[in-house]
Design a protein around this ligand. Structure first.
Ligand SMILES: [Zn+2]
Length: 220
């Protein structure tokens, strides 16, 4: 039996859930899970979520980018790798082209904390990372920077990225992000979105992280 079958299954299942909820389509978007101090499991390049099986999930070293096996990992693997290197508390990363978040990313707007659950789960705002071409060092840099102290960020003219201490948390973050971006767009139309005080939003986020910490469970 495959040594990493459990992790591969979690990643494959996450891809399916994201597809079923309309957050990813076709071969777009990608997700990954931290396995240990060196390895991550990540979705493959150019494979449709409908047909994906755990055997298609790629295991690779996030320090050296060395791939185990011969399936090509997602082209945005470097963003995932850099997040596992720099965010010790993060064990799951999801990148989507989800519709409402992409709309806000096209306007390059920062989403203020407009809903309580958004503030709790995602942090005191959702920044929009500066534009960078896909698969470049600049994209890695701008995305990681926009995520500082946050569990979600928009990527200018591209899509969104969410984080979690577990895969389940990263999926919930993607769903809450989509809801918040939709509310933001609509609120702007009916007089303008009014944000919660940023310090209160930050405190709500900290309380959430503390209350729902899964120290014992680790990355599963
Ligand atoms: Zn993308």
């Amino acid at each position: 039996m495959d040594k990493y079958s459990k992790e591969k299954e979690i990643v494959c299942d996450a891809g399916r859930q994201l597809m079923e909820r309309g957050l990813v389509e076709g071969t777009w978007g990608n997700c990954s899970l931290r396995i240990d101090g060196h390895l991550m499991a990540v979705t493959p390049s150019g494979r449709r979520y409908e047909d994906m099986t755990p055997n298609d999930i790629v295991v690779m070293d996030y320090h050296t980018l060395e791939v185990l096996g011969d399936i090509k990992p997602s082209s945005e693997k470097k963003v995932h790798a850099e997040l596992y290197r720099t965010r010790k508390e993060v064990n799951a990363v999801i990148h989507t082209h989800q519709p409402h978040a992409s709309t806000v990313a096209a306007a390059r707007r920062e989403v203020p904390p407009i809903l309580d659950d958004q503030a709790q789960i995602l942090g005191p705002s959702v920044r929009c990372a500066d534009y960078a071409l896909p698969n470049t060092k600049k994209l890695v840099k701008t995305t990681v920077k926009a995520l500082k102290g946050r569990y979600a960020a928009l990527m200018a003219n591209h899509g969104a990225i969410t984080l979690g201490r577990t895969m389940e948390e990263a999926i919930v973050a993607a769903l809450v992000l989509e809801k918040a971006c939709k509310a933001f767009i609509h609120a702007e139309f009916i007089g303008g979105a009014k944000g919660i005080n940023k310090i209160e939003a930050w405190m709500m986020h900290k309380v959430y992280l503390f209350m729902y910490s899964r120290k014992k469970e680790g990355n599963k």
